[in-house]
Structures are given as structure tokens and as C-alpha cells.
Design a protein around this ligand. Structure first.
Ligand SMILES: [Mg+2]
Length: 235
């Protein structure tokens, strides 16, 4: 029986060291304007304006990476301006955020991806991300594990939109069991569960879960996921 694992990317397989968007703005403020502003100061201005905040609305009209970044630009300009930093420095966000040096893999990611590869699983990435996601995956050395990368920046559908999950099912008609592994209950688990995936919540910080019906299994490390699934694979 063929199985497929859809992996979330951010905070499941990899993460931007020290922090994501707020940290990026904080780094730019320090490097380019010489001012030290903690990432917490930027957080309030990053709560809306990204495509994933509006996930109900597909953005299939955004065709290029440049278009994608152009649409996000006002969010970064505003965040900088509200912290007294010149908004023109928003032009550095793309370079800073997507710098591969800033990204690292979650513990045991390679080992676990290898395990499922050896056990004949299909593996894909399903991520709400920036257009440069695939470049990051390549630079982290894990591209070969994935049949396909479903990046919302290009598909136009942000999780938990049902189409994000339906696309995978359509592309792999021979697969009988679909699994989703991700760190967000609302974004990864709920949508996947509704679409008929088996759901694995990656919860290394042992947060409380408000929506238990969306989660089939809870795992606190990727290694635990591998161990739990040993014996259930088709070699
Ligand atoms: Mg995530």
C-alpha cells in the first residue's frame, strides 16, 4: 500500500534561526540603521497583510516571485516605520529572510526523511511560504527526499484552504494513505483532517491542544514520529 507524507516546513523540518519575520526586521534595523530593536516590537505589525492571513482567498493571480514580494512590501515598510526606522530599508527583507545561512534543520530531520524514503513512502513539502522555499530546501540538502514541493507562493492556495490538500490527493491517485506532519493545529492539522489525511501534530514545546479532534497523533520530536511508525510501513 502506497503512503504519502506531506511535511510542513517552518518549525517542522526547518526554521529560521533566532526568529522569522520580526527577527528579520530586527536584524535589518541593526545592520542598516544601527538601532537595536527587539523582535517583539515588530510582532504587532506583522499580524496581517501576509497571504496566509487571508487563506480563504486564493491568490492564483500572483505569478512571479517579484509580484509576491511587491505585495508584501507595505507590511514591512509599516513595521519599520512604526518602530522609527526608515521604511526604505524594507527592500532588504527578501535578501535577509531568504538567506540560507540563517536557516537550519530541525533535529533528526535528515535521518527521519531517510527512514521514510527507505520505506518506500512518497514525501512532499506542503508549506505556506515565500517564493524562495525550494532554494532553501536545496541549500539545506534535503531536496532529494521530496517528490514535489507545494509552495503556496506558487500554487496560490494557503493552508488550511481545502485546495492545498486536494492538490496532493489529485496528483498521487495511487496513494491509499495520506499523512500530514506539522506544528500548527489550525493550519496543518485541521485542514488535513478534513481532507482525509491522518494527522501528526509536531509539538516539541508540549503546548496544550484546543482542537483535539483535528489531531490523530501528537509527537514531540521527529525521531519519535519515526519510532512510532516503525512497523506500520510497507517495506
Ligand atoms: Mg509550521
Amino acid at each position: 500500500m502506497k503512503k504519502l507524507i506531506a511535511w510542513d516546513f517552518d518549525k517542522t523540518l526547518a526554521e529560521r534561526k533566532n526568529g522569522m519575520w520580526a527577527q528579520t526586521l530586527s536584524e535589518i534595523a541593526l545592520d542598516k540603521a544601527g538601532v537595536k530593536i527587539s523582535q517583539e516590537k515588530f510582532i504587532p505589525f506583522l499580524q496581517e497583510g501576509f497571504f496566509w492571513h487571508n487563506w480563504e482567498k486564493p491568490h492564483t493571480h500572483i505569478r512571479t516571485a517579484d509580484d509576491w514580494w511587491e505585495k508584501m512590501h507595505p507590511v514591512f515598510e509599516n513595521g519599520l516605520k512604526k518602530n522609527g526606522v526608515e521604511s526604505v530599508l524594507a527592500e532588504f527583507v527578501r535578501e535577509y529572510y531568504t538567506n540560507p545561512v540563517k536557516w537550519s534543520l530541525i533535529d533528526s530531520a535528515v535521518e527521519v526523511l531517510k527512514h521514510f524514503e527507505a520505506n518506500n513512502f512518497y514525501q512532499v513539502v506542503l508549506s505556506n511560504h515565500v517564493p524562495e522555499l525550494e532554494k532553501l530546501i536545496i541549500s539545506l540538502g534535503i531536496r532529494r527526499f521530496f517528490e514535489k514541493i507545494y509552495n503556496s507562493a506558487f500554487t496560490g492556495y494557503e493552508k488550511p484552504h481545502h485546495q492545498s490538500f486536494a492538490m496532493i490527493k489529485n496528483d498521487f491517485p495511487e496513494v491509499e494513505e495520506f499523512w500530514m506532519v506539522g506544528d500548527s493545529v489550525t493550519v496543518d492539522m485541521k485542514g488535513a483532517k478534513t481532507a482525509g489525511f491522518k494527522t501528526f501534530w509536531f509539538n516539541p514545546d508540549r503546548k496544550k491542544c484546543d482542537e483535539e479532534e483535528a489531531v490523530d497523533y501528537e509527537i514531540t520530536s521527529l525521531k519519535e514520529f519515526e519510532m512510532m511508525m516503525r512497523g506500520s510501513e510497507n517495506a
